[in-house]
Design a protein around this ligand. Structure first.
Ligand code: ATP
Length: 342
């Protein structure tokens, strides 16, 4: 069984009447990269700060590496942080920035510099040791900040929107580098972002938060393919939410009857269908293409159906459809999830 690195048990953080974090429980395994994802104000930054010790819980228990650290200050926890402003010391060169740390003193300093050089080389930053932060690109500064955190060999590495200052193209590369490093050093990392694509790309698991609570925890695939609620379906990726009814193990709505992948109680229900899970067949169907858009890597159609408007994503290998074409819709078993029962 793998080791638990971080464990929250009924952790709550209140500010007056506001429950920024509302009795949440989860655990993170050693070597895992877990992302907190959710809309503004859902409590993800507060959760990260509770791990760091920058906030202390008003109730519940925080454990790091098996120890109860609930009342310990940040300086008494072995946690590294990489924030959106890289917070490099502007007057110190790269290697001094990397080998700087409150725990690095005296003899440890030499070892830290050696380890720092190794990590800088791994990050493709060798030769830049003597540069000042102002002489580096944004991506390079970000890598120096990551190197500095790793040198201190923390139990946990925390990333708070680390790429929000990096331009879109570089973001992709830097996030792959962060992921690569995290894997290579078997680091336990917690990452906060409001960018769902970034969360899907870097995470082993994602904690989706809403109003201080956990809406769902799962791998990127689980959250995408089997969202447990309308909120998660809508927040991650594009979702077609179709309202109908479940009866005798099928979901039915005007013109559509779909066998359920898992049993669900009879009654009104809403399903979520991803745009690429809907197949369109040209013919005398009752649905009609309202708009057809060529996006280079795929076609996107908005289709008027008897049960509302749906978004469909189709591979470029299929013959394109045109605005006004009538079509039949197909949804494969397992291509949808029930996200709400009445
Ligand atoms: P964002 O994406 O906007 O950074 P978030 O998900 O990180 O949002 P938090 O910063 O964790 O959200 O805040 C959660 C809730 O707690 C919000 O309603 C916020 O206003 C409130 N809150 C956070 N810090 C404080 C504080 N120091 N005092 C009072 N309320 C706070």
């Amino acid at each position: 069984m793998s080791e638990t690195a971080i464990e929250f048990t009924d952790v709550e953080k209140r500010y007056g009447d506001v429950r920024a974090v509302d009795a949440i429980s989860f655990s993170i395994r050693k070597g895992e990269l877990v992302t907190f994802l959710g809309p503004s104000g859902c409590g993800k930054t507060t959760s990260l700060r509770l791990i760091a010790g920058l906030e202390l819980p008003t109730a519940g228990t925080v454990r790091i590496a098996g120890e109860n650290v609930s009342t310990r200050a940040a300086s008494e926890r072995n946690v590294g942080m990489v924030f959106q402003s890289y917070a490099l010391f502007p007057h110190m060169n790269v290697i001094d920035n990397v080998a700087y740390g409150p725990t690095i003193r005296g003899g440890a300093k030499k070892a830290a510099i050696e380890r720092g050089r190794e990590i800088l080389t791994l990050l493709g930053l060798d030769g830049l040791e003597k540069r000042l932060p102002s002489e580096l690109s944004g991506g390079q500064q970000q890598r120096v900040a990551v190197a500095r955190a790793i040198v201190q060999q923390p139990d946990v590495l925390l990333f708070d929107e680390p790429l929000s200052n990096v331009d879109a193209k570089l973001r992709r590369r830097v996030r792959e580098e962060i992921r690569d490093l995290q894997r290579r050093f078997n680091l336990t990392a917690v990452y906060v972002t409001h960018d769902q694509e970034e969360a899907l790309a870097v995470s082993d698991r994602i904690v989706v938060m809403s109003q201080g609570k956990i809406a769902q925890i799962g791998t990127p695939q689980e959250l995408y393919d089997r969202p447990s609620s309308r909120f998660v379906a809508d927040f991650i990726g594009d979702a077609n939410l179709i309202e109908g009814a479940v009866s005798q193990n099928a979901f039915t709505v005007e013109g559509l009857s779909l066998p359920l992948p898992q049993p669900a109680p009879d009654g009104p229900a809403t399903i979520s269908v991803r745009p690429e899970r809907i197949a369109l067949e040209k013919g005398d169907g009752v649905s009609k293409i309202r708009t057809a858009t060529y996006l280079g890597s795929r076609y996107e159609y908005i289709v008027d159906t008897p049960f509302g408007t749906v978004l469909v994503s189709a591979p470029i290998s299929l013959a394109p459809l045109d605005r006004g074409d009538t079509v039949k819709l197909g949804i494969a078993p397992g291509g949808f999830t029930v996200v709400e029962h009445a």
